[in-house]
Design a protein around this ligand. Structure first.
Ligand SMILES: [Zn+2]
Length: 455
């Protein structure tokens, strides 16, 4: 009899446990994050804040004491910390880089996902691959990451194949995948192909690459822009020459993948008349030639996540003098200061994974933020650029702000980036889709890979 009673008791315990688990699975967990300084994507600051996350969504934000967490909510004490929305990279080239090699041979689902996990480690919630993708893989990964199927990876966004004249297309570089555009019909067909794959942002190039190639002509880029706008798509161009940039703004180009080399009064006037036009600065290539104290010795976040041979190569490259870097930087930063004063829409682009292999994935987001401050923007302006503005540029409505209804994607820092923008590197934890990213486990995995390869 005793045995029957205890069996019944055991069954009851099992049943209760099972019911409890089922109830937990139905009601999403509620967590209240309390006490942090919250720097939001619109530059507003709440000292001693509280925000409530239910499942993967933010449901309430305010001052601690004003925000009521529901009974049973888990409380996370963030006193002394600073919280910012997760960062957003509007310009990258994902999947090409692997250790010292860069090219389409590395472009696999696995390598793309590795890059997106590295972005997440660095507090980046989304990155937009700008015209170097090919095949079906990017569209599948875009849809999977947007649906939250890779909760520890940044969202992968894609412009699909870029549109380029034949001179831009080389067999072994990032533009090998481009749609060849030599007639207006080509332009329209290529845009239609992208539209069929759900691409919302088209990438093209208008650049002579230092006088070595013929650039895309105005009738061709006008055809690209016309067809894209007819389909409610936007076009982003790689163009840095002042004359080209002005012509492209007049042709209703939506955005620029880089900063323009020079800024004059006429350009500022054109931009005031076309206030939706945006720029992704991507200053790293130039700035790291002048300022990269984080490479020697490597910053912990760099040695955590970058292959040692890549670090060594960049250190060697940076040891060589860069003759015109200072002049170019002075010119560029003068333009950025003018843009900031005129309220031009500026987002952040890392160019991560680009051809040189020096834009370390994830890390470069943090050096870009420092570069933008060095160029004359305030830390507050730079944080807006990296969060709400980049989300707006990419039309990622769920990101960029810590506000009710948004996805719970944020970074906890142990120092205030308004005091020093390099404090964005002092990451305590990263949350994507309402869950903490297992940064220690990611770091261990990468360290094991690096160690195994060194044997
Ligand atoms: Zn690029």
């Amino acid at each position: 009899m005793d045995c029957a009673v205890s069996l019944r008791a055991l069954a009851a315990v099992i049943l209760m446990t099972w019911v409890g688990t089922a109830a937990n699975a139905q009601a999403p967990a509620v967590t209240s994050f309390e006490g942090a300084r919250l720097i939001n994507g619109d530059a507003s600051v709440i000292e001693n804040s509280a925000f409530v996350v239910q499942g993967n969504r933010i449901v309430a934000v305010g001052r601690r004491g004003d925000v009521q967490a529901p009974p049973g909510a888990v409380r996370v004490d963030l006193a002394g910390k600073t919280v910012i929305p997760a960062l957003i990279d509007a310009h990258s080239h994902i999947g090409y880089m692997h250790r010292l090699s860069s090219g389409p041979q590395n472009y696999t689902r696995e390598n793309i996902l590795d890059h997106m996990h590295k972005f997440a480690y660095f507090g980046v919630a989304a990155s937009m691959a700008m015209g170097s993708d090919f095949g079906d893989t990017p569209f599948r990964l875009r849809d999977e990451t947007r649906a939250g199927k890779h909760p520890q990876a940044a969202r992968f966004l894609t412009a699909g194949r870029g549109l380029a004249p034949i001179d831009e297309i080389k067999p072994n570089n990032m533009r090998h995948s481009a749609h060849l555009v030599t007639t207006e019909d080509d332009a329209r067909r290529a845009v239609a192909d992208l539209a069929a794959n759900g691409v919302e942002m088209v990438k093209t190039w208008v650049d002579t690459r230092g006088g070595t190639i013929k650039k895309l002509t105005p009738p061709l880029y006008e055809a690209i822009i016309g067809e894209a706008h007819k389909r409610k798509m936007r076009v982003v161009v790689h163009a840095t020459g002042l004359v080209d940039v002005k012509a492209l703004i007049r042709a209703k180009m939506d955005g620029f993948a880089h900063m323009v080399g020079d800024v004059d009064d006429e350009l500022v006037e054109l931009l005031k008349a076309a206030p939706d036009t945006f720029f992704m600065l991507a200053l790293g290539g130039l700035r790291r030639q002048m300022h990269a104290p984080w490479i020697d010795p490597p910053h912990t976040l760099v040695s955590d996540s970058v292959w040692p041979d890549q670090i060594k190569r960049l250190r060697e490259r940076l040891a060589k003098p860069a003759p015109f870097a200072n002049q170019s930087w002075t010119r560029l930063s003068r333009g950025i200061t003018r843009f900031a004063a005129a309220g031009v829409r500026v987002g952040v682009g890392t160019d991560g994974g680009g051809q040189q292999g020096d834009q370390f994935i994830g890390w470069t987001m943090h050096t870009e933020l420092e570069n933008m401050v060095a160029a004359g923007m305030s830390p507050a302006q730079v944080l807006v650029a990296a969060t709400r503005m980049s989300a707006d540029i990419l039309k990622l409505e769920e990101l960029g702000m810590i506000a009710p209804g948004k996805s719970a994607d944020f970074v906890v820092l142990d120092a205030n980036p308004l005091d020093d923008i390099t404090h964005t590197r002092r990451i305590t934890s990263v949350y994507l889709y309402g869950r903490e990213i297992p940064r220690a486990a990611m770091r261990s995995k990468w360290q094991a890979e690096f160690a195994a390869a060194a044997k």
